[in-house]
Design a protein around this ligand. Structure first.
Ligand SMILES: NC(=O)c1ccc[n+]([C@@H]2O[C@H](COP(=O)([O-])OP(=O)(O)OC[C@H]3O[C@@H](n4cnc5c(N)ncnc54)[C@H](O)[C@@H]3O)[C@@H](O)[C@H]2O)c1
Ligand SMILES: O=P(O)(O)OC[C@H](O)CO
Length: 344
């Protein structure tokens, strides 16, 4: 009989905590496939003079990032990333994208020999030189295959078990089924496809569109304007995929939960939308609003808008993506938010 899969979760923010609830429940349920105990790496911080890891292990609740939601007792918070991932055969990465490199470097050489990973990160490694998916970065640093999960999944709603769907992109069919058993529940319905590139591209670029949707809300425009931003954003996402990833991105992927559905939910209920709306209403800098409104949670859309712009500028192609370009100019060049309905 093959040995049981040992699961580690790397990350414990809002989504990391919601997914820990699902993963902990499923490893305890499918004992034919998984070791029940799940180690979760938690970036240590002090809450009222106590370590967050101690609080999680005592109360079975992440009181900072997912307050009021009970976590399964078989999920153990671990402050040391090396201990958390020791001998893991399935590794779930769910950290804000700016932190992934340093974390992976520390994990090198500590996983099981047959380890595979899945990235729940919504962001892209984009520089003027080129783009890289985080699944590719994880594979490159750790020398293991890496799939991706992304969907219309506002963490708080998932944690409250409101029905939604999500997409796993996994080139290996057998691993895809294992990941499906790790994540699928009656309220979190997984569809597995092969296109892990498209899954990640959608998850990253939708955050830029959500910033544009937030500007529109801040200006008091209505549903029609937001629908136009969503549609134009979807077209730019597809064009970006076709232009820079070619056949690696399937058009059908944009109709999965990770595509149009995520775009809709993030432009209505997400943090990027919320902070962008406040940016217009208050005139405060984005970093200040992130601190004031998100209680330690991290914004991905403005960072991705900057990264995408660097990449496009290096190719003198920024004007071919007017929505991405206008979001960038509003955030980083101080042009009027009114341009969100003029220059796109
Ligand atoms: N929250 C959602 O609704 C949601 C849903 C789907 C996907 N995602 C994606 O999941 C990923 C993780 O987001 P999240 O919502 O779990 O996180 P979050 O934004 O809620 O929390 C930030 C996390 O970063 C950690 N952190 C802070 N400083 C750090 C450092 N220097 N090094 C390492 N970690 C540090 C914090 O401890 C915390 O766990 C992102 O790519 C996000 O886009 C989020
Ligand atoms: O809150 P946001 O804007 O980071 O979006 C959250 C999720 O990605 C929605 O699926």
């Amino acid at each position: 009989m093959p040995s049981l899969e040992k699961v580690a979760i790397i990350g414990s923010g809002n989504w990391g905590s919601a997914i820990a609830k699902i993963v902990g429940t499923n490893t305890a349920r499918h004992t034919d496939l998984f070791e029940p105990t799940v180690h979760q790496w938690v970036f240590e911080e002090q809450i009222d003079g106590r370590n967050l890891t101690e609080i999680i292990n005592e109360k079975h609740e992440n009181i900072k990032y997912l307050k009021g939601v009970a976590l399964p007792h078989n999920v153990i918070a671990v402050p040391d990333v090396i201990k958390a991932c020791k001998d893991a055969s399935l590794v779930v990465f769910v950290v804000p994208h700016q932190f992934i490199h340093g974390i992976c470097e520390k994990m090198k050489g500590h996983l099981a020999p047959n380890a595979r990973a899945i990235s729940l990160i919504k962001g892209l490694e984009i520089t003027a030189e080129g783009t890289r998916l985080f699944s590719e970065e994880i594979s490159r640093i750790l020398g293991i295959p890496c799939a991706a999960l992304s969907g219309a999944n506002i963490a708080n709603e998932v944690a409250m078990e409101k029905f939604c769907e999500s997409t796993i992109g996994c080139p290996d069919a057998e691993d895809g089924l294992i990941f499906k058993r790790l994540f699928d529940t009656p309220y979190f319905r997984i569809n597995v496809i092969q296109d892990h590139v498209g899954v990640q591209l959608c998850g990253a670029l939708k955050n830029v569109v959500a910033v544009g949707a937030g500007f529109s809300d801040g200006l008091g425009h209505g549903s029609n304007t937001k629908a136009a931003i969503i549609r134009l954003g979807l077209m730019e996402m597809r064009k970006f995929g076709q232009t820079f990833f070619g056949d690696a991105v399937q058009t059908e992927t944009f109709f999965e939960s990770c595509g149009a559905a995520d775009l809709i939910t993030t432009c209505n209920g997400g943090r990027n939308r919320k902070v962008a709306e406040a940016f217009v209403l208050t005139g405060k800098p984005i970093e200040q609003l992130e601190t004031e409104l998100l209680n330690g949670q991290k914004l991905q859309g403005t960072l991705t808008a900057h990264e995408v712009n660097q990449f496009l500028q290096a190719r003198n192609m920024q004007h071919e993506f007017p929505l991405f370009n206008t979001v960038y100019r509003i955030v980083y060049e101080g042009v009027s938010p009114e341009l969100i309905t003029v220059d796109i």
